[in-house]
Design a protein. Sequence first.
Length: 420
Amino acid sequence: MLTLMLITGAVIVGVTIFLLVKGYEARVTLIGAGILMACIGGAPMDALAAFAKSMTNQGLIQAVCSCMGFAMAVRVTACDKHLINAMASVISKVRPLLIPGVVLGTFLVNVALPSAAGTAAAAGAIFIPLLMAAGVNPAMAAAAVKCGTYGSMLNPGLAHNPFVAKIAGVDVMDVIAFHYRANLVSLAVAMVMITVVAYFMKEDRGYVAEGLEIEKDFKINYLYALMPIVPIVILLLGSTKVVPVFKMGVPEAMIIGAILTLAVTRTQPAVLGTAFFDGMGKAYGSIIGIIIAAGVFVSGLTATGLVKAFLDAMLHNPAIVKLCAAAGPFVLGFLTGSGDAATFAFNEAVTPSAMEFGLTQVQMGSMATLGGTLGRTISPIAGATIICAGIAGVNPVEITKRNGLPVIMALIFGMLVLLA
């Protein structure tokens, strides 16, 4: 009976991926598949509970809605147009470095802000329109931002770093000192590969973004041009403790940015306020809506036993434990949109015995962490992917298609460095 349930669940997952690739409405597809799997697993209310829980996901709602609200405020005041035209001369000189530069910029933001979703919302609101204005295809622009959302591995606050440090009995900075080379190598590989993919798909130039065109005779107000980047500067200065008073959350930074934009542009408060809240509402419907649907889908996966079966297979096969350390968290991160579950489970169950498999505990723990993080980076139902897709106005699967080869190559090279 259990085997039949697992097979049925796997078939539903396959059909769901097929429908998403074919462009069917993502929210309906994910919710439908999640509810169906939950019913088959004998826990139909789990899917509905997951729906309700995701509706009030405080961290995501605050970050996404406030960022999209600020983005709309920047759009209505034309500050985004001033920034884009101000950057035009720079873009024309460094066009080959534009896409990898955005990957690197997002990675650095994620080092300071360890939330992938928060980074996608804050950095994506600036970088994605900028790339689109430079002629980059929207899906590729979103993929470039998403490709950089694993810089958090270099942040001591990422939960996996202190977890591995505790298992190994070392300082958290010792863990980061061990895996930072693998992170940087994987980043370099991802930057090169996504640039190559963009070139061969002919998506690195030629796109015309309506309302974001670079205008030759546009009169730039450089103070206006600074407004879109104010919140992210505040967040970076605060999180890195360069300016401790700026230590604050994403919503607070976005509101300060909106207030400064209002003061600088002297826009009518009602106009900017309406735009801000319209942006928040659109964010909830188009971005949070898919995140809610993804939560329902994952609850269905859990109800059918697929997640548990995968974890059991990974944890109870010592002959392939090295492969499982990398591939297991990666695959589960891809399927569920979060690398946390598989990574924590593997590190708790297997990493303490790493010496038996010819690896150090820090080494094996770092492999699992990098695998899970990159699996989430490539997942079409990860919160950060959905946020980037919402900003760019594309299907999340389109981002996964473009990030597939770069992230897989990043995984391979990163693991080679960790095993060296």
